[in-house]
Design a protein around this ligand. Structure first.
Ligand SMILES: *Cc1c(COP(=O)(O)O)cnc(C)c1O
Length: 394
């Protein structure tokens, strides 16, 4: 364990991976917009190329702006190594395709992110991988399926859009008894609110597009965890080529310096908005793991340091009320995505879960009038008065 690992997350988010002094005394990580890296000393070049000496050869593989970001997430999550990708879906698909081969079996929860879900229902079966999807909060069923044998257990918590909570510690233990690899998508929580490796995960994957970058201006993905596993994912990504651009890496490094400040504020804002909405007469259900009424509030309390900036709620007036409410909100982008400094809202019916039929959404426990709310860092009083005005007229 290095010095930085003993520090608080607010310190490592600023300093981890960026403790060095750069060329000309620069104090921020420079953007190395160079495809390739040249050497005058042939022995040095060949040693770097053969992995005998640290250094960079070609930016599809490694780059000096990208590496500090990988080191930052590695220290923040308590992993042994990390690698990066052009998007969150690249991180997830490369991780799954690295380890899952014909005749392997994978167990996953049903409530994974839409893109991840497509990999489980469409692409992996094409490769002759046996996919078992389980009810997200039926831990007995997940355990039973894992005990039948599997190569990999795939979890995500909190989930999208109904904020279900999965017991990582309990399920990781059963998976390890079977020799399975445990992968957790930690995009919603970030290492500030939840560190799956401490709970038993082998690999944590992220869409860095969301809270980690935090400003809705670049895309990226990360995978962090056990060194030998990350090395295998890195090897797959080196060849398949879903590389993170150095400019995007710089933007995510910059965004992550304020991660703790942003997440603390978003945790507070989401809690206040959830409490306000749960008392409102026009609101039907509120889904937020911080509410005591939440199905898995106790597990959330146990495994999370904060309940996150994401919540969702349904309206008694149905989808017509959703259509009336959303345009009235002044301080909320009506857009897909989440985890930005500005509040973002959208109905899963026409965004993340548009491909499902009404019946499939009902089976997934997603009300037709559900609104997903990604709390930004604004002042919560203004967010609540914005909702108050909108709800009065819908
Ligand atoms: C957005 C998201 C992804 C996919 O990330 P991209 O950067 O859009 O590819 C994966 N998982 C979760 C939980 C997400 O919210």
């Amino acid at each position: 364990m290095s010095e930085i690992d003993k520090k608080h997350k607010g310190t490592s988010s600023v300093w981890a991976g960026e403790l060095g002094v750069y060329d000309q005394g620069a104090i921020t990580t420079p953007i190395f917009n160079s495809v390739t890296f040249g050497y005058e000393d042939m022995d040095e070049w060949f040693d770097v190329a053969l992995g005998k000496k640290p250094g960079h050869i070609y930016s599809r593989n490694t780059n000096p702006t990208v590496r500090p970001l990988e080191e930052k997430i590695m220290h923040m999550d308590g992993g042994e190594d990390a690698t990066s990708f052009s998007t969150g879906m690249a991180a997830i698909s490369n991780t799954l395709f690295t380890f899952l081969h014909p005749n392997d079996r994978v167990v996953a929860i049903k409530d994974t992110y839409g893109g991840s879900n497509k990999i489980f229902i469409e692409f992996l079966p094409q490769m002759n991988v046996d996919v078992q999807m389980c009810d997200t909060t039926d831990f007995d069923q997940i355990e039973a399926e894992v005990k039948k044998g599997c190569k990999l257990l795939y979890l995500e918590t909190p989930t999208n859009p109904t904020l279900k909570i999965v017991d990582i510690k309990r399920l990781a233990k059963v998976a390890h008894d079977q020799g399975a690899i445990v992968v957790v998508d930690n995009t919603f929580a970030t290492p500030i609110n939840q560190r799956p490796i401490e709970l038993g995960a082998d690999i944590v994957v992220y869409s860095a597009t969301k809270f980690l970058n935090g400003h809705s201006d670049v895309m990226g993905g990360l995978a962090v965890g056990k060194k030998d596993l990350i090395q295998q994912i890195f090897h797959y990504r080196e060849i398949t080529g879903a590389t993170l651009h150095p400019w995007s890496a710089y933007m995510i490094l910059r965004g992550m310096k304020t991660l703790e400040l942003r997440i603390q504020r978003q945790n507070e804002n989401a809690m206040k908005v959830a409490e306000y909405l749960s008392k409102h007469e026009k609101v039907d259900q509120v889904f937020y793991p911080g509410l005591e009424t939440h199905l898995n509030h106790n597990i959330a309390k146990e495994q999370m340091d904060g309940f996150g900036g994401m919540l969702s709620f349904s309206l008694k007036g149905g989808f017509d009320s959703v259509k009336k409410l959303l345009p009235q909100l002044k301080f909320a982008h009506k857009a897909a995505s989440l985890g930005s400094v500005g509040t973002l809202v959208g109905p899963p019916k026409t965004t993340s879960h548009v491909e499902l039929t009404a019946e499939e959404r009902a089976n997934a426990g997603i009300p037709e009038s559900l609104i997903r709310y990604s709390a930004g860092i604004e002042n919560s009083e203004d967010l609540i008065s914005d909702l108050e005005n909108g709800l009065a007229n819908c």
